[in-house]
Design a protein around this ligand. Sequence first.
Ligand code: AMP
Length: 280
Amino acid sequence: MPVVVESISELRNAIDRLHPPSVGLVPTMGALHAGHERLIACARAETAAVVVSIFVNPLQFDQASDLNTYPRDLDRDLALCGKHGVDIVFAPSVEEMYAVTPMFAVDVGAMAEHLCGRFRPGHFRGVATVVLKLFNIVQPNIAYFGQKDAQQLAIVRRMVREFNVPISIVGVETVREADGLAISSRNTRLSPDERAIAPALYRAVRAAADAIAAGATDTGDIRRRAAAAIPADGRLRLEYLEIVDPVTMQPVATAIQDVLVAGAMWVGSTRLIDNVAVPK
Ligand code: AMP
């Protein structure tokens, strides 16, 4: 007798029982570091075949200079993937990914209105579009994303939910340097002096998160205090420090449920982002 299922989640589970999750995808833009390594290790532990994609997606860059100077080192990346037992590295050219001039894109809507989306117009439309393309190309069972890019992770989760994409999304904890700085490919652009002051962003986000965990609820006040504690240094410019709902990415006025504290800061000419989740 066939199995009869009525809910989408039951259907997915029934299909998973026929074909156990076997392919894990880790989408990246290359210049691999310890953050990517943790994603790959999670995929390696949970899936039989690990695919890492390396593609610097022009569609998600709002500044040509950022795209042109984005660090690239495929040989080093391949060596690192080899060390971690990656089965396939998918490293397409721009022409391969965008074989026809794009006429369609994923419209992200309100989830891109705040945080990075506010300052990087079109960024998340480009991210969601390339992620959906990668999902269709690789057809993984599970895809791994870092919590460091919390707005991206929330948007991908929502996209697969709204479009019924049959892929589980796993969020992986942010890997940090000893002084708290979130590891990022863009950290290589920092001068030694800039590197020394770069943890100011994490400290500000952490201070706001700690205040909420300790019972503070007025997000306007919490944000002002955290921003005021950033050292007065001409090289540091806070772009935003927001307190949002971790699912919808909408600002909250009173932090009485789960929230995400997220920030972006310019350190010289390098833009860094970070966030801390505060469960209630
Ligand atoms: P990127 O190559 O910067 O596009 O990042 C590829 C994936 O690695 C994304 O899902 C990022 O969120 C994730 N990632 C980047 N940095 C870190 C980090 N420090 N810790 C954990 N995941 C990270």
